[in-house]
Design a protein around this ligand. Sequence first.
Ligand code: TRP
Length: 326
Amino acid sequence: MSGIRPTGLLHLGSYFGAVRNYVKMQEEYECFFMVADLHSLTTHPDTKELKANVHRVLAENIACGVDPDKAAFYCQSHVQETGELYLYLNMLAYKGELEKTTTFKEKARSQPDNINAGLLTYPVLQTADIILHRASLVPVGKDQEQHLEMARNFVNRFNHRYGEVFPEPKAVNYGSELVKVPSLDGKGKMSKSENQYATIYLSDDDELIRKKVMKAKTDAGPTETNAAKPDYIDNIFLLMKLVSNDETLQKFETDYNNCSIRYGDMKKQLGEDMVKFITPIRQKAENILNDEKYLQEVMEKGAEKARRSAKATMELVREAIGLNYF
Ligand code: TRP
């Protein structure tokens, strides 16, 4: 089970970091992938763009290979049971531990005029999402590890107080396969909020992709054979490894090692390979976005699967808590 916030566009980093893992997991496991529209209300109370954003998240993930016939792909707000489970879990979550959460402290700092209770109990709602399906594996990025640790605490408290209902959810780490997608300015990795020009979005058009790649930082080239690469050069090679073929990569490695590399040519090649990689995804996402009937069907099918699983869990939960009076 995993959730995707409908804020911001998919980029190359989220593709290689998250979506590719969803696509792999749906082949092996029963999967629930959820658009976290309720979570987005904690930071984005203005809902004018919400519908468009939810549609875009669905379309982009499907274009990347998430298959609504294999996984349950649904919206959080379509499963009412989430709210009920969230309420029970809130009685097991302590104010102190919630206030200590890193993401809470960060968001409280960035939106001091809207430190709402939903922000404080964000990890409780996330736990409800996960255990509503009694899920045990949660593919997430490093930034979510603390939330998963809290989820395990809430689960253990529930099980201890009311009886074993839930498995302990674990963050799925792809270990050595975890790919770092560097940003184009040589600073950190591609992300939604950092420098827009250093991040390649799956919705960028061909010209913009080429332009962004050509702007990547380089220098005059190595002056000694087999020199170590500076970070920003290494990054260009890393990106090339993701989207270009081995032969191309090998050619530029050789050129680098014998000091004949021309970064202009390398970036031109990378730009073309990036365009070849992204264009079909962007076009597929656009086609899906234009097909509202299809999106409707995806959401309905997903909600149905998620509700079925949620109903079964909630019967166990009410029974365990003792809310069964007749
Ligand atoms: N908090 C997650 C994020 O910011 C999104 C999320 C919501 C989630 N519910 C979830 C992730 C359940 C995993 C499981 O990315």
